[in-house]
Design a protein around this ligand. Structure first.
Ligand SMILES: Cc1cc2nc3c(=O)[nH]c(=O)nc-3n(C[C@H](O)[C@H](O)[C@H](O)COP(=O)(O)OP(=O)(O)OC[C@H]3O[C@@H](n4cnc5c(N)ncnc54)[C@H](O)[C@@H]3O)c2cc1C
Length: 505
């Protein structure tokens, strides 16, 4: 690794390889936050190769990106055909026709230190059978097709609505590109033919472009998509596959006409060997069918997708192949992989763009301005592996805890899952407890909704939930339900909110 760098050698050079969401998000955030006298940022992309062009549903943490960049949310929504997202509805994942929502934000509220689910579980023993949705502002607003900003809904009882976005992936990358270029990022157009490595250190020394020119840097961000141009093709980092737990390996993607219901949530509908997403934008609907090629051929998968649309397709389905898993190291020598170059997890919980965002935060935390130190690299990799594995567990949970009859689903139900997930399920099953470790992405409320939604029933609840009398408990639960329904009644319809605040051209 480069160890001879002096401050007077000029700015530390960051070269971003790839201009999809990962590349331009990295460029925009770094250009905004890094002092220009110490860091230079260049991005190379190839219009001829293009981007994967999917990635349209997000989670609430993305608001932090807008805040850091100083982006006005309405401008951003207009530029990207954006709609608001309050959660993900899962249809048919438990028994056939089952339906639940993993909504952002709180469900109910704790009493003292005892989490809400214990009171809800005790309530069920008293015949209080209302579902979790009735205690969750986000879920109730989503199902009612309502939306307003969280600041208008915040109450002492429940907190406010918490939202993320659906947007057009291509428009989003262009939006970030304009921002990054305005903030000093140098963009080079061209196809990288290969990378050369330093004979002594083994680091990437430069990348060569089709026109014969070369670009060298101190740190390379590999945002080149599935192929991993630097992390894999140049450094042979290796890939850890997770297909034994997440067997889907294909997606068919198609857009369909707008005008259908603009739900303020994503829908994920289980199918015979995979699942189908529906992401409503202002001008069209994004749809895709994630499936296992070992259980379904492409023609069948295409029929499933097209049969499941609720508006006319706007073209033929496009096919994408993937292998679920991660690079053995996310940061190897002087290369950090982000986005699809880092690995792949299917978009069931809309986590990939978030993993790019959190990788950028972490790069900034461990960013060198001189030699790259192994301790920084090790800490970066350990934290990123932890984060990815916990997200992986959450996605496996949806597959594993199912009650569907098809052979694909029965195999998923029977498969041994990672110990970390078994521990989570066992803990919940015993007494309804959920533990969140370190900087795990998903909250207790998220795990609760998915575990209950997928049919995992706890055998007991925390004894502290026996504190209130039966009457007090019933009153507490009724008050929460009332607060939710009254609050939702005052909210505008999602479509009306979009039309008033951020209608796209
Ligand atoms: C089916 C599917 C659905 C998804 N849905 C979601 C979702 O709903 N939510 C979510 O958060 N994420 C989702 N994702 C993931 C999301 O799409 C990606 O995380 C995101 O788009 C980032 O992609 P990327 O920038 O890493 O790669 P890409 O978009 O593939 O960009 C790669 C870039 O590298 C450039 N490049 C490659 N090779 C070269 C070369 N030789 N020379 C020069 N340039 C080169 C390309 O031109 C391009 O600019 C989904 C992914 C898939 C496959």
């Amino acid at each position: 690794m480069r160890g001879d760098r002096e401050v007077n050698e000029g700015p530390f050079r960051i070269l971003i390889v790839g201009g999809g969401t990962a590349g331009w998000m990295s460029a925009a955030i770094m250009a905004r936050l890094l002092p220009k006298q110490h860091y230079s940022i260049t991005l190379i992309e190839s219009e001829e190769i293009g981007t994967v062009g999917v990635g349209e549903a997000t989670i609430p943490q993305i608001q932090l990106v807008n805040a850091v960049l100083g982006i006005d949310e309405d401008d951003f929504m207009r530029a990207t055909q954006g709609t608001f997202k309050l959660g993900i509805e899962f249809v048919g994942w438990g028994i056939a026709d089952s339906r639940y929502i993993h909504a952002f934000g709180n469900t109910g509220r704790p009493i003292g230190r005892t989490p809400f689910q214990h009171f809800w579980l005790r309530g069920r023993t008293l015949g209080e059978l209302a579902t979790l949705d009735s205690y969750c502002l986000n879920a109730a607003a989503a199902y009612a097709g309502k939306f307003t900003r969280g600041t208008d809904t915040r109450s002492k009882t429940l907190g406010g609505l918490v939202h993320a976005f659906h947007f057009d992936a291509g428009s989003y990358a262009r939006f970030l590109r304009h921002y990054a270029e305005r903030h000093g990022v140098r963009r080079l157009e061209g196809r990288i033919t290969h990378a050369t490595r330093d004979g002594d250190s083994g680091d990437v020394a430069s990348v060569a472009l089709g026109d014969g020119s070369r670009q060298a840097a101190d740190l390379y961000l590999d945002c080149s998509g599935f192929r991993g141009l630097l992390i894999e093709e140049a450094l042979h980092t290796g890939y850890e596959e997770w297909t034994r737990w997440l067997p889907c390996d294909r997606a068919l993607v198609v857009q369909s006409a707008g005008g259908a219901d603009i739900t303020p949530y994503t829908r994920a509908t289980a199918k015979q060997a995979g699942w189908q997403w529906r992401i409503p934008l202002q001008n069209r609907i994004g749809n895709g069918h994630v499936y296992c090629s070992g259980a379904l051929d492409e023609d069948e998968a295409s029929s499933v997708l097209l049969d499941g649309l609720d508006s006319a397709p706007l073209g033929d389905p496009r096919s994408l192949r993937f292998t679920t898993g991660r690079r053995k190291a996310f940061w190897n020598r002087n290369v950090v992989a982000l986005g699809l170059a880092a690995g792949f997890m299917e978009p069931l919980e809309s986590t990939s763009i978030h993993l790019v965002q959190s990788a950028i935060e972490r790069i900034l935390k461990f960013l060198p301005n001189g030699p790259i130190r192994p301790a920084d690299v090790e800490a970066y990799n350990a934290q990123t592996i932890f984060e990815w594995e916990r997200v992986r567990d959450f996605i496996i949970l949806h597959y594993h805890a199912n009650a569907r009859p098809e052979p694909f689903w029965q195999q998923c139900a029977a498969m041994p899952v990672p110990d970390s997930l078994t521990a989570k399920i066992d803990l919940f099953r015993a007494n309804g407890r959920i533990e969140r470790f370190h900087e795990e992405l998903f909250s207790e409320a998220g795990w609760l909704q998915v575990m209950v939604g997928q049919g995992i029933a706890p055998l007991g609840y925390d004894p502290f939930a026996d504190g209130p009398s039966d009457v007090e408990l019933r009153e507490f639960l009724a008050l929460l339900r009332q607060t939710v329904s009254r609050s939702v009644a005052t909210m505008p319809a999602h479509a009306a909110f979009l039309a008033e605040h951020c209608r796209a051209a």
